[in-house]
Design a protein around this ligand. Sequence first.
Ligand code: GLY
Length: 318
Amino acid sequence: MTHVNEPAMKAVLVVHGGAWAIPDSISVASVEGVKAAALSGFLVMKKGGTALDAVETAVKAMEDDPVFDAGHGAVLNTDGEVELDAIVMDGRTLAAGAVSSVRNIANPVTLARAVMEKTDHVMLTDRGANHFADSIGIPKVHTDALVTDDERKEWHRYKMYSLGVKDLFNSQWAHDTVGAVALDCYGNVACATSTGGIRNKMVGRVGDSPIIGCGGYADNHSGAVSCTGHGESIMKVTLASRVIFHMEQGKVPSEAVKSCLQYMGERVQGGGGVIAVARTGDWAAEFTTERMAWAAVDGEVLWYGLNPEEMFQEKLPQ
Ligand code: GLY
């Protein structure tokens, strides 16, 4: 899926709700969720907000939607706990903030933004991230508040059959990540990515999502990228910065994303998905898994899809 923009600068926002074999039972909810998230983020820019504000808002909407593996709806680790990862990056300055393995936080993307804006660091992890959240008054939620009944049942099924991360790789039931990229009318780009990771991951396992250049990257000189898919594969090929590099070399986002996903498939046999926006406003949403729910707002049009080569459009609600 791709779109080539007019030369005039207009705001663009693209979101994904995770690249995996999304079952039919949640396909409609996944598409509705990404459409709502894209509209909420775009509205922020329409009211004068920045690309950074827009990606945070869009990702928060998906963290609050239990159909996605981020915030509410996150998958459980081997101990049956939620451990969340997130990143934000501001293409104006290359400032980035990330958190990994945080617990009891409903919106890790907001905590990641606070790491970027209120500390001298790029990433805080585990109890340090939670201490920081306490110190700036981010409210804690009870772990059970983030876990859905369906996830608890799936987790028990995995335990019963001793399924691990290897069995999840590209399987029907892997469950993965949300993200957003945006270009605002001032020419600034930003990205945000948030995840509960992969079900039955080891305690303390950190995937690609919070790692700069892997789960996301944003640079006003080229564009912004958010990734989803098998985290260990994405990290091995530093997928987000690889896509940025191809865009810097002059490839349009769809070409850059397709060739990097192909490389990841060939080099480390990993599947995934990428959304990208270039500084020109051209954007792409591509994946090598069975499905990826995605949506984009570009001018007056809301684009969306779920299956390969699928691209629907609607006029924006007034
Ligand atoms: N892509 C998310 C993860 O592997 O944790």
